[in-house]
Design a protein around this ligand. Structure first.
Ligand code: MRU
Length: 406
């Protein structure tokens, strides 16, 4: 991914030759682009838990790469600070699986991380005790780089499938100018590149067959992924966009219908990503997604679309009632992280270092806080699930068939 005036959209830098990993610190974006070294599973756990890297596909990839760099240090570079028992393969396998379970516990809701880690555990178990740590490392390395490459390719396929679906709904090529609303960050920063929901927006913006005119990202309190990250990606790409707060969605939809502005036509699609889509189609995604689906339900000319790779689908869970929703610290709600305002221009300075980025209190000290990171949208409110393979819509029975994707 390219960089522009020191800015970058590349969330994950994995050097395939040197076997080193760096992640873009998303707590400092959009005012500073700074990479952090991730050299162990423990640092992988920390950057995922602190949300220095976030987004379901990105945390899965960083998790896998953190396993690879740790194993490379121990097995290839032979600096075994992790106290693996390398002279007893059976013991080593048990130790590694324990480390991977610890990594999985960093964030519970997004299934991509546990799906990928469980694939690695299956690789560990498929190596008999007469195999070697070096052979197992090679298999895990191949799995990790394939996961990254597949994610990138699949995002472009999700983008193309999403554009085709929207064109079909709008009645053919160049039929209707439209706007899109989205929440959270589902772009290059949340994936290996391009993105899922934001990937569809990127693809539509670039497509001659689409008449997308404007994008409205929600701020996405409390962590502000929309205001900080999606807005940053949209500005970077020169996509026409206007930021709104989460509470403005209904009134914006109403206003756009009334005002008949050719540059900002009515919202026809609300497109969101997913952290876990279960068998019946119930979808866990960033807090605020459920209310957008409810708004779409009350506006028959708006389709509510979930965009996600198949790595986000969890067929083991029958319905959303089984999904564990991550609770985040209350301080994420009562404090916001921001850059320093330049006294001359009155805008936030783009900084040379992250040192000037700090927290500001916005909640009364002592107030108790509820801070679920995600909510679950019932499948009934979802019109389409766009995957890399196909767009899944409900059948005549009103149900999604996600099993048929596998
Ligand atoms: O808490 P976050 O920022 O990790 O939440 C991210 C989301 O909810 C995204 O919509 C989802 O992970 C899909 S990212 C392609």
């Amino acid at each position: 991914m390219s960089s522009q005036a020191g800015k970058t959209l590349q969330a994950i830098k994995f050097d395939r030759e040197q076997v080193t990993l760096q992640i873009l610190d998303q707590l400092l974006l959009p005012y500073n682009s700074q990479y952090i070294d991730v050299s162990t599973i423990s640092t992988g756990y920390d950057v995922i838990k602190s949300m220095q890297v976030r987004g379901a596909p990105a945390i899965a990839i960083v998790g896998c790469f953190s396993i690879i760099v740790e194993l490379h240090t121990a097995i290839v570079a032979k600096q075994n600070d992790f106290q693996y028992t390398l002279n007893d393969f059976a013991v080593f396998k048990t130790q590694l699986v324990a480390r991977i379970h610890y990594l999985i516990s960093s964030r519970p809701t997004a299934v991509n991380l546990s799906n990928a880690c469980n694939e690695i555990i299956a690789l560990v178990e498929s190596h008999s005790n007469s195999s070697s740590a070096a052979a197992l490392y090679a298999a895990i390395y191949s799995y990790g780089v394939q996961l990254y490459d597949d994610d990138l390719a699949n995002n472009f396929r999700i983008g193309a499938n999403g554009v085709a679906y929207m064109n079909q709904i709008l009645g053919g090529e160049n039929a209707t100018p439209y706007s899109i609303m989205t929440v959270c960050n589902t772009g290059a920063l949340a994936t290996s590149g391009h993105g899922t929901a934001l990937g569809i927006i990127r693809s539509a913006w670039r497509s001659p067959s689409s008449d997308l005119k404007h994008v409205f990202p929600l701020e996405t309190r409390p962590y502000n992924q929309g205001a900080r990250l999606t807005a940053y990606e949209l500005v970077y790409e020169n996509i026409a966009a206007t930021l709104i707060t989460d509470s403005m969605a209904s009134y914006l939809i109403h206003t756009l219908k009334q005002q008949q502005d050719a540059a900002k036509p009515p919202i026809r699609f609300i497109i969101v990503g997913a952290d876990r889509i279960v068998r019946n189609g119930d979808t866990a995604n960033k807090i605020g997604t459920f209310q957008l689906a409810t708004i779409a339900e009350h506006n028959p000319d708006i389709r509510f679309i979930v965009a996600a790779p198949k790595t986000t689908i969890d067929l083991k869970m029958a319905s959303g009632a089984e999904i564990v929703i991550e609770q985040r610290p209350g301080a994420e709600l009562t404090q916001v992280t921001g850059g320093v305002i330049d006294p001359v221009t009155s805008s936030v300075r783009v900084l040379e270092t992250g040192a000037e980025i700090g927290k500001v209190g916005v909640g009364a000290p002592g107030i108790s806080v509820w801070n679920p990171a995600f909510d679950v949208t019932p499948y009934q409110l979802i019109d389409a699930i766009v995957t890399e393979d196909k767009v899944v819509v409900k059948g005549p029975d009103g149900k999604f068939d996600l099993v048929g994707l596998f």
